[in-house]
Design a protein around this ligand. Structure first.
Ligand SMILES: [Zn+2]
Length: 271
């Protein structure tokens, strides 16, 4: 290694945040801790004991990218996915849930850490049963226009809206993230309907919805997300997503990097 490359490598090491190293240790644990399921912390900074695995396929669904080993979650999340898929009348692709013990991931998500998040793809085409290997390489197709102002009417149909509504109306669901362009179109199609309140605008999420459950019973250390304001969310707050400000990169808040709850250290170490 030349001097310049060595210097560059040292510089890069300085730039690397502590998180990926930590995330690496959570992503290499192959199985859950035994015992009752317990969510600890938040979905953005948390973990789970006693997680269970979602079967790789079942009525109405097939899990994609199983090699990531992110098809784990709280038993309530597993039950939600299975019953939702079975009554959806669709062939759903199920994306990431969480790791066997939750925790941060080395790539792909900031949340999904506490076993109560799942990505459900908004791909409603009929699908053949596919092998696990074939399911590794399926690509997502965006349903949103390039300028993200709305859905692409050639791709997004009332059936997509129905699926999102079905999820939002399922007891135990806390919120659903979709691209702000999808939310804008849902507002145009269904303004004032109460289920829209749970459908929150976010970046990305133009090909899948991200469903988050409420803190399950028996998890006193689970911390819920911020309270969702009253109303359908079809307001000026939604227009912000189209602004210059929304496109500016967010600086990390000052102060020390937030730490996982102390109880998660024991979850990571447990045999
Ligand atoms: Zn997600």
């Amino acid at each position: 290694m030349g001097d310049r490359r060595r210097l560059a490598a040292a510089f890069l090491a300085l730039l690397l945040p502590a998180l990926p190293v930590q995330a690496q240790s959570w992503s290499t644990v192959q199985g859950p801790t035994p015992g009752p399921a317990r969510v600890i912390g938040t979905t953005g900074l948390g973990c789970i004991a006693g997680a269970v695995e979602l079967a790789s396929e079942g009525p109405g669904y097939q899990v994609v990218r199983l090699s990531r080993n992110r098809n784990w979650g709280h038993p309530e999340l597993i039950r939600f996915v299975q019953s939702f898929a079975a009554r959806s009348g669709q062939d759903l692709w199920i994306g990431d849930l969480g790791q066997p013990r939750g925790g941060p991931m080395p790539y792909g998500h900031a949340s999904h850490q506490a076993g109560i998040d799942v990505d459900i793809w908004l791909d409603l085409r009929r699908k053949p049963a596919m092998t696990r290997a074939a399911r590794e390489n399926i690509s997502e197709t965006s349903l949103v226009l390039r300028d993200q102002s709305a859905v692409d009417p050639a791709r997004f149909t009332e059936a997509h809206a129905r699926l999102i509504r079905q999820a939002a109306e399922t007891p135990g669901v806390e919120r659903i993230f979709v691209n702000h362009g999808i939310k804008r179109s849902l507002c145009a199609m269904h303004r004032g309907e109460p289920w829209l309140r749970l459908v929150r605008p976010w970046f990305g999420h133009d090909a899948h919805m991200h469903v988050r459950l409420r803190c399950p019973a028996g998890s006193p250390d689970c911390r819920p997300g911020p309270v969702i304001p009253a109303g359908d969310g079809c307001d000026a707050g939604l227009d912000w997503w189209m602004s210059e400000d929304a496109r500016r990169p967010r600086p990390r808040p000052p102060g020390p990097r937030p730490q996982l709850p102390a109880a998660c250290a024991a979850v990571l170490r447990a045999n």
